[in-house]
Design a protein around this ligand. Structure first.
Ligand SMILES: Cc1cc2nc3c(=O)[nH]c(=O)nc-3n(C[C@H](O)[C@H](O)[C@H](O)COP(=O)(O)OP(=O)(O)OC[C@H]3O[C@@H](n4cnc5c(N)ncnc54)[C@H](O)[C@@H]3O)c2cc1C
Length: 313
C-alpha cells in the first residue's frame, strides 16, 4: 500500500510535521523512528528549556518529547525502524525487528537530525584516557542513570549545545570547571556566556588553542594556549560539543542531490529535494538550531507537502 506521507525521523521536525498532516485530515501518515522511543534529541536532555516557540510552554526535554508524540496522535509511529535506503519515487528500505521491509509513499519527509563528529574526526591532540565524551553520549548516559562519568569536566565548545551540556551536568550534580572555545568569542547567543559565569560560576575561556588532553587511565587535564601562554586546566573529563553533521548517510548513498556546504540533502525554497517525492526539514538540513525553530520548519515543510499532494484544507 502506498501511503500519502512517510516521515523518516521522529524528532521535533518529524513529529511537528506529522501533527500538521494529521490536523489536515491525512489518516495514513507513518513516522519511522530508529530508536525504541520517538522524540529525538530532547528525550535525553533532562533540563528545562524546550517547547517555548511551538507550545508556548517551558518543559524538560523528555516532557517536550512526550508532548510532541502526543500532538502527532493519529499518525502511526513505528519505532525500532531504521531507514536504510531511498529509491526514486518515494520507495524506502526499512530495517525492522522482523527484517527488511519496503515502504512506499507519495511524499517522504526526511527529518533525521544530526550526529556529532567524534573525537577522532576533530583531530584533538593528546593521550587517550577514559573520560572524553561528546554531548549526545554524555546526555544519554546521565539521562539513562547509567553512571556519572566524571565530576569536574571541561566543556569544549561554546555553542547552544555546549550550554545544554552545562545544564545537564548541573542537573546531575556535576560541576564543570570551565568552558573552552577555540574561536575568538562565545558562539551561543547572548546572554549564555553571562549565565554560565554568573549563575553557574563556570568561566568561559575563548580564543584558546587546544594543545592536548592529558591523562593516563583517566583524564587529568586539558592543556591550552592563549595570549602566548600555555596552561593546564585540571579536570577529570572533557565534554566535546559541537561540529554537527547531518545524519544523512543514507541520503548521500541515494539518488538525491546533496548540498555540499551543509552536508545534508539539497532542497529548494519549499523543502523539496531533487526527487520531487522527497522533502527534508530540521537539523538534517543545517545543524544545529534549537528545537523551536526546527519544529516550526517541520510544520512549514508539512504544509508544503500538503500543497504538493493537493490535500491542503
Ligand atoms: C546534545 C544536544 C543538546 C541540545 N540542547 C537543546 C536545548 O537545550 N534546547 C533546544 O531548544 N535545543 C537543543 N538542542 C537542539 C535540538 O535538540 C534540535 O534542534 C532538535 O532535536 C532537532 O530536531 P530534529 O527533528 O531535526 O532532529 P533530532 O532531534 O535529532 O531527531 C531526528 C530523529 O531521527 C531519527 N533517525 C535518524 N536517522 C534515522 C533513520 N535512518 N531511520 C529512522 N530514524 C532515524 C533519530 O533517531 C532521531 O530520533 C540540542 C541538541 C543536541 C545535539
Amino acid at each position: 500500500m502506498r501511503r500519502s506521507v512517510v516521515i523518516v525521523g521522529g524528532g521535533p521536525a518529524g513529529l511537528s510535521a506529522a501533527r500538521v498532516l494529521v490536523a489536515a485530515g491525512l489518516r495514513d501518515v507513518l513516522v519511522l523512528e530508529r530508536n525504541p522511543g520517538a522524540g529525538g534529541v530532547p528525550r535525553f536532555c533532562g533540563h528545562r528549556g524546550w517547547g517555548m516557540l511551538d507550545f508556548g510552554r517551558f518543559w524538560t526535554g523528555p516532557g517536550y518529547a512526550a508532548r510532541l508524540v502526543q500532538s502527532a496522535a493519529g499518525a502511526e509511529i513505528r519505532t525500532n525502524a531504521s531507514v536504510l535506503a531511498l529509491h526514486p519515487g518515494g520507495e524506502l528500505e526499512v530495517s525492522t525487528r522482523d527484517g527488511i521491509e519496503r515502504v512506499a509513499a507519495r511524499a517522504v519527509l526526511l527529518a533525521t537530525g544530526t550526529r556529532e563528529a567524534p573525537r577522532a574526526a576533530r583531530l584533538l591532540p593528546g593521550t587517550r584516557p577514559w573520560g572524553v565524551l561528546n554531548t549526545g553520549a554524555f546526555q544519554e548516559m546521565v539521562h539513562a542513570g547509567l553512571m556519572v562519568p566524571f565530576r569536574r569536566p571541561v566543556i569544549l565548545g561554546s555553542e547552544l549545545v555546549g550550554f545544554s551540556a552545562l545544564l545537564t551536568a548541573r542537573h546531575a550534580g556535576i560541576r564543570p570547571v570551565a568552558m573552552v572555545e577555540e574561536g575568538a568569542r562565545i558562539r551561543a547567543p547572548w546572554p549564555a556566556g553571562l549565565v554560565a559565569r554568573l549563575a553557574f560560576g563556570v568561566p568561559v575561556i575563548a580564543g584558546a588553542r587546544i594543545l592536548g588532553i592529558e591523562g593516563g587511565a583517566r583524564v587529568e587535564a586539558l592543556r591550552i594556549a592563549r595570549g602566548g601562554r600555555e596552561e593546564a586546566i585540571a579536570c577529570d573529563g572533557v565534554i566535546v560539543s559541537g561540529r554537527f553533521l547531518p545524519d544523512a548517510a543514507f541520503a548521500r548513498a541515494s539518488h538525491l542531490g546533496m548540498d555540499e556546504i551543509t552536508g545534508g540533502p539539497a532542497v529548494d525554497a519549499g523543502w523539496r529535494c531533487t526527487d520531487p517525492a522527497y522533502f527534508a526539514a530540521g537539523n538534517v538540513l543545517r545543524p544545529a538550531r534549537h528545537s523551536g525553530a526546527v519544529a516550526r520548519e517541520g510544520m512549514a515543510a508539512a504544509r508544503a507537502i500538503l500543497r504538493a499532494l493537493g490535500a491542503a484544507r
